[in-house]
Design a protein around this ligand. Structure first.
Ligand code: NHR
Ligand code: GAR
Length: 230
């Protein structure tokens, strides 16, 4: 089909997953609604990841690379990079990917790899964020999209979504409330990147529309301000 001359080529993506893949699904759905991305491959380190089934259902190429087949992180990451590079992605998205990546791997994709993390970074880096937020007595929790750096969950934050912690929450109910908002902010960050509005600036901060972000963007849950349309 003919493309208007002003349109840029769709942003090619490779997604890394380990589990359910609902964030992957949010990107697939955003694409179906017109976001100019092309999901070239979904790579999982777990053969049983449900996200692989979602990808297959949408005709997206899937790859399994089990970390258990490797003696150490370096050799796993070397093969992972080789696999990713076959698809020549403009952006690599970690979407519930559960393996810590080596500094060499991260450097290769500097400025073109994002992660979604289920906390209001810099709070609660690492795992079990919902339980930890509850135990800390937080009244607010959320999720963050950040550029990936060697520092685990320490990369510059692009956008966050905040949710309230409710009185009777357990880790499961809180995770579900956060996850729903993840499905809004990840496609938004990817859209900004695809439109050429977002990049990792020289100063190490995200740059959106030519402005260095001193604070992450925060998307509210209200549909008119959610950032899913503009
Ligand atoms: N790698 C680097 N270098 N930097 C980041 O910011 C990364 C990263 C790899 C993954 C996602 C992250 C999250 O959003 C992510 C960010 C896995 C672990 C972990 O401890 C921690 C954080 C994240 C992902 N993984 C264990 C490990 O030994 C394994 C846990 C498991 O398999 O269940 O790799 O939370
Ligand atoms: C999401 O909440 C994501 O933020 C989190 O795991 C869930 C994956 O859900 N990521 C991490 O904890 C990374 N360590 P999904 O597979 O349905 O997208």
């Amino acid at each position: 089909m003919a493309q208007a001359m002003s349109e840029r080529a769709p942003l090619s993506l490779v997604a890394l997953i380990s589990g359910g893949g609902s964030n992957l699904q949010s990107l697939i759905d955003a694409q179906a609604q017109g976001l100019a991305i092309q999901l070239r491959a979904v790579i999982s380190n777990r053969a049983e990841a449900l996200g692989l089934e979602r990808a297959r259902r949408h005709g997206i190429t899937t790859e399994i690379l089990s970390h258990r087949d490797y003696p150490d992180r370096e050799t796993f990451d070397a093969d992972l990079a080789a696999l990713i590079d076959r698809y020549e992605p403009g952006l690599v998205v970690l979407a519930g990917f559960m393996r810590i990546l080596t500094p060499g791997f991260v450097a290769r994709y500097q400025g073109r790899m994002m992660n979604i993390h289920p906390s209001l970074l810099p709070k609660f880096r690492g795992l079990h964020t919902h339980q930890r937020a509850l135990e800390a007595g937080e009244r607010e929790h959320g999720a963050s999209v950040h550029f990936v750096t060697a520092e685990l969950d320490g990369g510059p934050v692009i956008v966050q979504a905040r949710v309230p912690v409710l009185k009777n929450d357990d880790a499961k109910s809180l995770a579900a409330r956060v996850l729903e908002r993840e499905h809004c902010i990840y496609p938004t960050a990817v859209r900004w990147f695809a439109e050429g509005r977002l990049r990792l600036g020289e100063d190490g901060r995200p740059e959106l529309d030519g402005q260095s972000l001193r604070q992450p963007k925060v998307l509210s849950a209200s549909p008119t301000r959610s950032g899913t349309r503009s």
